[in-house]
Design a protein around this ligand. Structure first.
Ligand code: 5RP
Length: 223
């Protein structure tokens, strides 16, 4: 099975976690795109979606799914999103698609986070994937020095040779070489640094369930 087929399999499996008649939280990325495509087939059974990025919003609307603003909705029953890494406790690294801030906002508003990923994303300890951190541009170099003090090497994410600008008008640092032994403590610490908008460790907003695509089928991890 290809990685794309594994992603499609977990995208379809996530439909079982969508609550009938409710609004579903929708993440961002290639795995979530498979979920959105599957969701289009049952759109008459949901009230609509809250989206975590302009890209997902465009895909949802393109398929006829109603998209609500976060502020129009009190609580979201379930949030479905991918991950760049997930550990055995449901902590994740996210932000490979630069949507981490809105992803964390929608996750925080949701009762349950269901992560969908192919099996390559399951790790023993977070940190091999470069950690995305959304930052206010004027603070980028100082934040990079703060990561260097922790042994991390931060680089500014570029797009077409220029700093990538997120949906929120900010920049992304990708930090290599970090050993994230305690994801909760690490997330809390980096959140305090002035100029950090969002750190891509999702420990406070961890997954409750992970649907992992394997060649033998969907493996369900409950945390
Ligand atoms: C986007 C994300 C994605 O969930 C993460 O990058 C995984 O993406 P993919 O499903 O394409 O592997 O955090 O900001």
């Amino acid at each position: 099975m290809t990685q794309d087929e594994l992603k499609a399999m977990v995208g379809r499996a996530a439909l079982d976690h969508v609550v009938a008649g409710a609004i579903v939280g929708v993440g961002t990325g290639s795995t979530v795109n498979k979920f959105i495509d599957a969701l289009a087939g049952i759109q008459d059974r949901i009230a609509g979606a809250v989206s975590s990025s302009e890209a997902s919003t465009a895909r949802l609307k393109g398929l006829g799914i109603r998209v609500f603003d976060c502020n129009e909705v009190d609580e979201i029953a379930v949030y479905i999103d991918g991950a760049d890494e997930i550990d055995g406790q449901g902590h994740m690294i996210k932000g490979g698609g630069a949507a981490l801030t809105r992803e964390k906002i929608v996750a925080a508003q949701s009762r349950r986070f269901v992560c969908i990923a192919d099996e390559s994303k399951l790790v023993g300890r977070l940190g091999a994937f470069p950690l995305p951190v959304e930052v206010v541009p004027m603070a980028a170099r100082r934040i990079a020095r703060q990561f260097a003090a922790l042994g991390g090497e931060a680089t500014l994410r570029l797009k077409d040779g220029r700093p990538l600008v997120t949906d929120n008008g900010q920049h992304i640092l990708d930090v290599r070489g970090l050993a994230i032994a305690d994801p909760l403590a690490f997330e809390s610490e980096v959140n305090q640094w002035p100029g950090v908008v969002t750190v891509g460790v999702f420990a406070h907003q961890k997954a409750q369930v992970c649907l992992l695509g394997t060649p033998a089928g969907v493996r369900t991890l409950v945390f």
